[in-house]
Design a protein around this ligand. Structure first.
Ligand SMILES: [Zn+2]
Length: 147
């Protein structure tokens, strides 16, 4: 995963949410299905996504991996959400929606409880975080010239 700084999609905010790179083994990309409509950032505009099928998420195993993240209560406890691992579907029980820690807008994703053994990571906190890849503004920093 290249080094990318993910930020709040709203140009008036752009709060830093998380940095992804190869060294950050707490983050990987997974496919998710279901859940609420999430913020969708495209061409500088923020809207709600039109589909909840086969979306890409950053799966974050620990809240402390984030630079800044907010959580809110879900509007519906009945929404079903699942992720796909090795062609199998793993249910995620939605506990929270992810929001921007600074402007409170969202949802940018989901926090939920998952069978940790299905993730092959029985350690870590109770909740697993799913940040929708299209919810965020992706800033690719210029390549550093460190040697
Ligand atoms: Zn924000």
């Amino acid at each position: 995963m290249p080094t990318t700084i993910l930020r709040c999609p709203f140009s008036s905010c752009r709060s830093r949410i998380i940095k992804t790179d190869d060294e950050n083994t707490n983050i990987k990309t997974v496919t998710g299905n279901g859940g609420p409509r999430l913020l969708h950032f495209s061409d500088g505009e923020v809207s709600l996504n039109s589909s909840t099928k086969n979306l890409k998420f950053y799966q974050v195993n620990d809240m402390w991996t984030f630079d800044n993240i907010g959580v809110s209560r879900p509007t519906s406890m009945d929404d079903e959400f699942s992720i796909t691992i090795d062609n199998g579907s793993v249910p995620v029980h939605i506990e929270r929606y992810l929001t921007c820690a600074d402007c409170d807008k969202g949802p940018l994703g989901i926090a939920g409880s998952v069978n940790r053994e299905a993730l092959e990571d029985p350690s870590g906190s109770k909740l697993v975080y799913y940040l929708y890849t299209d919810s965020v503004f992706q800033e690719v920093p210029p390549t550093s010239i460190d040697t």
